[in-house]
Design a protein around this ligand. Structure first.
Ligand code: SIN
Length: 299
């Protein structure tokens, strides 16, 4: 049975709220097609008041494509590795259940893979009374507004993304994570992606960089870092950012091909427990026709 639901834009250029929709119910094709359109249009969607088992969460996620398993397997839900635990809970012996400080930097999920995540679904099972918001930025709007000379420059460049470098940095910063074993470090070697990518479904160009990007390919260290910093500053201008304050039982589904996100801190003594799935996407590419058109226009 089709479900009638309401959609309300919350951000300036992206991010919508969906109410009156129950993800636990069977989803027919026309309703699924509508949900997909809403997601593509708004880039990030929060589904309010969801009551889902792990299997239902996985089932809905898998409608969009094959699921990815997070490489730090000790933080995946036991028996259900498609779910990553983003949580400050602890096992009885004191070991962390999940990654408590996951994503506290701007990034797009799994950009360190050849085929990074299409989208992620983060489901709030316990939220703190204060803090723990997630910020999102619209990389399509940010790309559209780029100074033309910078767009032309970025279109020709590729960035190197590396999981272990980021993990080591976060581990040093907070001391909340275990160090990676050599095997874990070697599991995901560096990969290169274009710094502007074409969205495979909307055809829109979007900036693509973020916290797993360690350098710009073929560029000297200092210049490379300055450029990555410039991009981050550009895309996180307030006009491109929406900050989501979590309610219990929100499920937020974001399009990693269009947005970056950044988790924020909360009081350690309060509980935050989230389940995350990620759907595999395509290898990022830049449409050659767009490239040729842009390069032929005067900067
Ligand atoms: C993540 O980067 O997936 C975690 C986001 C969050 O916990 O808000």
């Amino acid at each position: 049975m089709a479900q009638a639901f309401q959609v309300r834009r919350l951000g300036q250029t992206f991010f919508a709220e969906v109410t009156g929709f129950d993800l636990a119910r069977p989803l027919d094709e026309p309703t699924f097609a509508r949900i997909k359109r809403v997601h593509l249009e708004h880039g990030v969607v929060v589904f309010r008041d969801q009551h889902l088992t792990a299997e239902q969460h996985i089932g809905f996620s898998a409608r969009f494509g094959p699921l990815q398993v997070h490489p730090m397997s000790q933080f995946n839900l036991e028996g259900t590795p498609q779910i990553l635990l983003v949580s400050n809970d602890r096992h009885p012996d004191g070991r962390p259940v999940g990654i408590a400080d996951a994503g506290r930097y701007w990034h797009t999920d799994m950009s360190y893979l050849q085929e990074p995540a299409l989208g992620s679904m983060l489901y709030a099972r316990a939220v703190p009374a204060e803090g723990g918001d997630t910020m999102f930025c619209d990389m399509t709007a940010a790309c559209r507004d780029l100074p033309p000379a910078m767009r032309q420059k970025l279109m020709r460049l590729r960035a190197v993304h590396h999981f272990a470098s980021r993990w080591a940095r976060e581990q040093e910063k907070s001391g909340m994570r275990p160090a990676q074993t050599r095997e874990e470090q070697d599991r995901n070697p560096p990969v290169e992606h274009p710094m502007i990518r074409t969205h495979p479904e909307t055809g829109e160009p979007a900036l693509y960089a973020g916290g797993f990007a360690v350098r710009v390919a073929g560029m000297a260290e200092e210049e490379s870092q300055a450029l990555l910093d410039w991009v981050e500053k550009w895309v996180t201008q307030p006009k491109f950012v929406y900050r989501h304050h979590w309610r219990l039982h929100d499920l937020v589904f974001w399009d990693n091909r269009r947005v970056m996100h950044h988790a924020t801190v909360y009081p350690e003594q309060q509980r935050r427990h989230m389940h995350r799935t990620t759907v595999r996407g395509n290898a990022p590419f830049l449409d050659p026709q767009y490239l040729a058109r842009e390069l032929s226009s005067t900067p």
